[in-house]
Design a binder for this molecule. Structure first.
Ligand code: F6P
Length: 362
């Protein structure tokens, strides 16, 4: 067997552990392993593959990023190109990828990616490429799996950052708004916000009402706490409002951001308190993976090779009830795993007094 490994979309801590486990497991079966350089985009170049050996994947379990490089542009079905008049358009270049795989006699692809990568994988499967997916995203929003690789590290990073923001918020009696990642789902905001004792957590699943946030800050203050912490997911919206979009390029997801700054201004004005905002941004994607992320990434990477060995293609290896299972990629493509607003995590947060910015409607 000759297999290729791709790390598509934004990077996440744990990618290297998954690459290492997949490589070593495949090598132990006598297979050849190739990494795709910088995502699908490199498949149109003359030198897209990095041969993966035991020495190349040595001591990478604990490294952040990806030794292969990542790219969240280069969707082969919507590949951007510049027209003669200078404007940009998109074209379908997926057939070139199929040809490239045939030319290099690649039997199967391990696609380590998030929702966008699974969407592309699903379409490539229809073109005859044999794929096994590994769920990766700090956003933890891939449908069908309890947890994705990278999420635990991102939550730990965000929690630590909010802890630090809290001490300065208290010293200056300020409202601090911390914007975290989470395009369609508020997993990071919920888990980090709750763990770091935020007063308000705003997530895409629960559109917020500004007055409810103001009321929460005032009630906190009336009880003698002169600062407040608001954690907001980048994709959260005001009730009847729109997401804050900073830009959109062909073949790429919208670039979000700005909700934190919006809330800083609004809350400062409406509460009369000094406020500041901070965007944690890509910090959440960086750094060494936690022990938990290392472990699930190793388990995912190795499980993907066993899946290929069984000839069980077009599956995503997922973690469910702490067991690795396999589900069809078609079941997850174009779906999102949202926070259940009646989950015990949300109920726990409400029970201990966290506001989700919608109390007046309950
Ligand atoms: O990895 C997912 C994600 O972290 C989203 O939450 C965020 O919107 C996006 O990546 C940003 O990606 P980039 O700035 O790398 O395009």
């Amino acid at each position: 067997m000759r297999i290729a490994i791709n790390t598509g979309g934004g990077d996440a801590p744990g990618l290297n552990a998954a690459i290492r486990a997949a490589t070593l497991t495949a090598l132990s079966k006598g297979w050849e392993v190739f990494g795709i350089r910088n995502g699908y985009g490199s498949l149109y170049t003359d030198d897209p593959f990095i041969p993966l050996t035991a020495s190349i994947v040595k001591r990478i379990t604990m490294q952040g990023g990806t030794i292969l490089g990542a790219a969240n542009r280069g969707n082969p079905f919507e590949y951007p190109y510049q027209k003669e008049d200078g404007t940009w358009a998109a074209e379908d270049r997926s057939d070139e990828i199929v040809k490239m795989f045939k030319k290099h006699k690649i039997d199967a692809l391990v696609a380590i990616g998030g929702d966008g990568s699974m969407y592309i994988a699903h379409k490539l499967v229809k073109k005859g490429i044999q794929i096994v997916g590994v769920p990766k995203t700090i956003d933890n929003d891939i449908y069908g799996c309890d947890v994705t690789l990278g999420f635990d590290t991102a939550v730990s990073t965000a929690t630590e950052a909010i802890d630090k923001i809290t001490t300065t918020a208290e010293a200056h009696q300020r409202v601090m708004v911390v914007e975290v990642m989470g395009r369609y789902a508020g997993w990071i905001a919920l888990h980090a916000g709750l763990s770091a004792s935020a007063d308000v957590i705003l997530i895409p699943e629960i559109p917020f009402i500004i007055d409810d946030i103001v009321n929460k800050i005032k009630s906190v203050e009336s009880r003698g706490k002169e600062y407040a912490i608001v954690v907001v997911a980048e994709g959260a919206t005001e009730k009847d409002g729109e997401r804050f979009v900073r830009g959109k390029k062909i073949g790429q997801a919208e670039l979000l951001g700005g909700i934190g700054e919006f809330l800083e201004k609004k809350l400062g004005k409406l509460t009369g308190k000094e406020s500041r905002s901070l965007v944690l941004g890509h910090l959440q994607r960086g750094g060494m993976p936690t022990t938990y992320d290392r472990l699930i990434s190793l388990r995912f990477g190795s499980a993907a090779i066993r899946c290929i060995d069984d000839g069980d293609f077009n599956k995503l290896v997922v973690m469910r009830e702490n067991r690795i299972q396999r589900i069809p990629i078609s079941e997850v493509a174009e779906k999102v795993k949202k926070v259940q607003t009646d989950s015990d995590t949300v109920i726990t947060a409400r029970d201990i007094g966290v506001s989700f910015g919608n109390e007046s409607e309950r």
